[in-house]
Design a protein around this ligand. Sequence first.
Ligand code: DCP
Ligand code: MG
Length: 360
Amino acid sequence: MEGPPRKIIHIDMDAFYASVEQRDDPSLRGKALAVGGGGPRGVVATASYEARKFGVRSAMPGARARRLCPDLLFVRPRFEVYRAVSAQVREIFSRFTDIIQPLSLDEAYLDVTANKPGIASATCIAEEIRRMIREETGLTASAGVSYNKLIAKLASDQNKPDGICVVRPQDGAAFIAKMPVRRIHGVGPVTAKRMLALGIETGADLRARELAVLQQHFGSAALFYYRASRGEDDRPVHERQERKSVSVEDTFFDDLLTEDALISEIDRIAENLWGRIEKSGAYGRTVVLKVKFADFRIITRSKSFAGPVRSPDVLGETGRALLRAQLPLRMGARLLGLGVHNLDHEEPEGETGEQLSLSL
Ligand code: DCP
Ligand code: MG
């Protein structure tokens, strides 16, 4: 029924954007550094380990970060450089396997059960990869080595920065037992809160619950949690597919109906979406709004431009215009989403204008 255990590696670059900035500007080395938007609404994308000592964290408002760490240096992100490093690192992975699933610019799962050089030890491969990354990019990465994705990802965080953690099949269940459930990839902040309300804080707490009970609370996701609490996860490492769209959506605790609430939410979503677009370099020429109503009916509305949208202002204004055209909503919205489709790489070259070519 089961084959031999798989060998999965999760690689995650250390303080990625900040490390790249410190590499490229020696005056930033050894300093408390935040990469992110400046300005009153800017947030920290990531902080150097020097800044983390003061409590500065990803997604923290810049003003708060400055209060925690008065000497904090702020630099603007350079996504083209991060994308180039990311491509370099993926090329290193491809020397060992083609079964690579990137999760973001700085992390990926690798299935090295059968690997190109025929190395028996996944730990040796992970160490080789870390060494090559250090030599060829000047940056450090941490690795988790295990028999599935769930545990490999948790493991790569264990000995950060510049660390490795190996969890063998016989140790997986014990490893999960002491893990806070919120750290499990697949338990989002909303689920983590609901679990906490049920008294489930660690893997051990989760394991103590019957599947039927979990199903009552978490529906179809329950089986994943049930198995995860036992250290089991048979999700394959998916090879990279060409991306077709980028989108961000949000479900609300209370349905939104007023114009103010809807517009401020779509602005926030557009801002997040712009961050994703810049990180992935996936610029598209069609902006799509999605609204799910209180009765679960979904509508989508889109606006296409002659060329890819390359400014956060155009993205935000388009999102707002698409939403305004639906107002007043016939009932509250439980979800709003915004995405871009018709990505750059699918387009013929030479189209870069931003004039409207298609109306609603
Ligand atoms: N990032 C971001 N916004 C967040 C989290 C991350 O823009 N809320 C960006 C900046 C990070 C990169 O993604 O450099 C990778 O995210 P990680 O969570 O892996 O964080 P780091 O690599 O910065 O640090 P760590 O050493 O903890 O992996
Ligand atoms: Mg990282």
